[in-house]
Design a protein around this ligand. Structure first.
Ligand code: PNS
Length: 162
């Protein structure tokens, strides 16, 4: 039986850390749905459409990867997709509290759903989308942190990111 996983997140924007996680997930799961959250409390720099377009372009040619979005509760989205595994990346210890809260909340809401964590390669251990946006504003070379497509899109947005 084919096993699917939902990899949810803001992806604002996609980083090489996210991409690394998607590649790792493909070695375990047959179907990886990258689900862009539409209801993030954070005000995203990239619109939902832009984040989806970037993901679609960058994951084009990666069999097994689907790009989608969801609003509302993540567990409801999983039920709709008939998938019972959530994938999250775990980087430094600082991620732990938040991720732990999320696992327990989702477990309370949907006991049939499990969350699995994968760790990015050490090069991306301290990489985050917010760090990337800060570096972009400061004019840093982003090639070690994001796909070329994202670097291009970030440059276009520079004036709008605070
Ligand atoms: O990339 P992020 O911002 O860390 O992703 C967080 C996200 C979007 C996965 C999380 O906020 C989420 O699942 N939001 C949907 C609302 C929900 O289901 N909340 C209950 C679980 S905390």
């Amino acid at each position: 039986m084919k096993k699917g996983v939902v990899y949810p997140g803001s992806f604002d924007p996609l980083t090489l850390g996210h991409l690394d996680l998607i590649k790792q997930a493909l070695t375990i799961f047959d179907r990886v749905i990258v689900a862009v959250a539409d209801n993030s409390e954070k005000k995203p720099a990239f619109s939902r459409k832009e984040r989806i377009q970037i993901l679609e372009e960058v994951t084009d040619g990666m069999p097994g990867v689907e790009v989608d979005y969801f609003s509302g509760l993540l567990v409801n989205y999983l039920r709709k997709k008939n998938i019972n595994v959530i994938l999250r990346g775990l980087r430094a210890v600082s991620d732990f509290d938040y991720e732990f809260q999320m696992v327990l909340t989702n477990r309370r809401l949907a006991p049939e759903v499990e969350t699995v964590f994968l760790m990015p390669q050490e090069d991306y251990f301290f990489l985050s989308s917010s760090m990337v946006k800060e570096l972009a504003v400061l004019g840093a070379d982003l090639s070690a942190f994001v796909p070329a497509k994202v670097e291009k899109e970030l440059k276009k947005k520079l004036g709008k990111i605070k």
